[in-house]
Design a protein around this ligand. Structure first.
Ligand SMILES: Nc1nc2c(ncn2[C@@H]2O[C@H](COP(=O)(O)OP(=O)(O)OP(=O)(O)O)[C@@H](O)[C@H]2O)c(=O)[nH]1
Ligand SMILES: [Mg+2]
Length: 443
């Protein structure tokens, strides 16, 4: 069975690793539960342990309160506990509802109560904490982010195979509907159905269960076919790499910039965010907040000309020897000519300042908008030179088939996918992980 079998074999190691991870997760949860039953000293010990790990893990999450008293911390070895001067106690009570009474003699007890907190943190973080390799994180992020598509589309497909005992017209009609509702794109679906009918005739297939495998095989063929499109990000050989983000309102441009900043900073790069969306109220501070959260440099001014801000930002980026500049833009497509002119101006400014820049122009598409997203991609392609697509909010849709439609209709590589709202939830698009995330229940 062609590709299907090949993938099945190829994925056996992924499956095995996934099982290992699941087992680890189970153990981790048990471990935490056991922890909760530990005696007081044990709790104290384990808290120290967790804390060490926590400091590394959460240094960029601003969890450690810097206002706490150093002496007190040394004594109790517990950064989460703030010193409570007698006169300030009343106030603290309001902020910390768990701490009810706090006379001097009960302080010890209170400290213990608060000390239990890092354990909860550990439980919540589970496998996404500090133990996993990037590859493991990919596997789990794809698994979780594609759950909706997998559960709906793929299980519907299996049900279809069971519902019909024979391949007939009615079966084809339901299958066609199913593919269309998964946002595979009408043209792709028609082509696919023609190919499938041919194959059924040719190989004389009558068994619908077997046909389900053939369908997956054919879908994989579309995914893989001619996949010479590169998903690599074009990096500058010298000076800053400039990445421009475009896309209509609310698709996730600013969030994606935050996620990319986090990714590159983790890789040791110096990153600057430039707020080229100077018009929408709140857009500039929103980006600045991402800069603060990720530790990126920031450049932005409200109510000015975007090209001007980008110009000044790039001067600063060169001075500061920044490796990667991520430029946010306003998401307006109401007037195509205006948008085209503005992007042209922005591109000129960038190109004049940094040779061969922008190195990437990434179009952000919200996967939950389905075919609308495909039309946006087609429009933007006419307006400017899009070098890659970031498909966001895949975690919020059962229509994972949109990746296929983009490939067939737009012909621009998907370079990243968004699988959630957090910094960690951006993943480099990997066709194997994607296929596995979608079809693993059938493999
Ligand atoms: N579930 C989920 N939500 C996402 C993802 N990416 C972005 N979002 C959410 O989508 C919403 C819009 O994101 P923004 O980054 O503000 O979108 P934008 O394109 O910058 O919007 P404008 O600046 O208004 O044009 C926010 O609530 C994000 O948290 C994703 O991959 N998954
Ligand atoms: Mg924005």
């Amino acid at each position: 069975m062609g590709l299907f079998q090949k993938f099945k074999d190829m994925f056996s190691s992924k499956k095995q690793r996934e099982e290992e991870l699941e087992e680890m997760l189970e153990n981790e949860t048990e471990e935490v539960e056991e922890d909760e039953e530990k005696t007081e000293e044990e709790v104290e010990e384990s808290t120290e342990e967790v804390e060490d790990e926590e400091i590394e893990e959460t240094s960029d999450e601003e969890e450690v309160d810097e206002t706490e008293d150093e002496e007190f911390v040394e004594e109790s070895d517990e950064p989460e506990v703030e010193e409570v001067p007698d006169e300030a106690k009343e106030e603290t009570h309001e902020e910390e509802p768990e701490v009810e009474e706090e006379p001097e003699e009960e302080k010890e007890e209170v400290v213990e109560e608060v000390k239990v907190e890092p354990k909860k943190e550990k439980k919540k973080k589970g496998l996404f904490g500090f133990k996993l390799s990037e590859k493991d994180k990919d596997l789990l992020a794809y698994d979780k982010g594609l759950e909706k598509s997998r559960k709906e589309f793929v299980s519907e497909l299996s049900i279809l195979g069971k519902k019909f005992t024979k391949v007939n017209e009615e079966y084809y009609e339901e299958l066609e509907q199913l593919l269309i509702s998964a946002d595979i794109g009408i043209n792709t679906v028609f082509k696919f159905m023609d190919r499938l009918r041919d194959r059924v005739k040719h190989e004389n297939i009558t068994d619908t269960n077997y046909l389900t495998e053939v369908i997956v095989d054919e879908l994989l063929m579309i995914y893989v076919e001619g996949s010479s499109l590169t998903d690599k990000i074009n990096m500058a050989e010298e000076g800053p790499t400039v990445i421009l983000m475009v896309g209509v309102n609310g698709v996730g441009k600013t969030t994606t910039i935050g996620k990319l900043a986090h990714k590159y900073i983790k890789e040791g790069k110096k990153v600057m965010l430039i707020a080229g969306d100077t018009f929408r109220a709140g857009a500039v501070p929103q980006l600045e907040e991402w800069a603060n959260r990720t530790g990126a440099l920031f450049f932005g001014k409200e109510n000015t000309d975007p090209a001007g801000v980008i110009f000044d930002g790039l001067v600063k980026a060169k001075e500061e020897k920044v490796d990667i500049v991520l430029v946010d833009t306003a998401g307006r497509l109401q007037n195509k000519v205006n948008l085209m002119n503005e992007l042209e101006k922005i591109n000129k400014v960038i190109g004049r300042h940094v040779p061969n820049a922008p190195h990437e122009t990434l179009l952000i598409i919200d996967a939950t908008t389905g075919q609308n997203g495909i039309s946006q991609a087609e429009s933007f392609k006419e307006i400017t030179n899009i070098t890659g697509i970031v498909l966001t909010k895949l975690d919020g849709t059962a229509k994972g088939g949109i990746v296929l439609a983009i490939k067939e209709n737009v012909g621009i590589p998907v370079k990243f996918i968004g699988l959630g709202e957090q910094m960690e939830d951006l993943r480099t698009f990997d066709i194997e992980d994607y296929i596995y995330g979608l079809f693993k229940d059938m493999m």
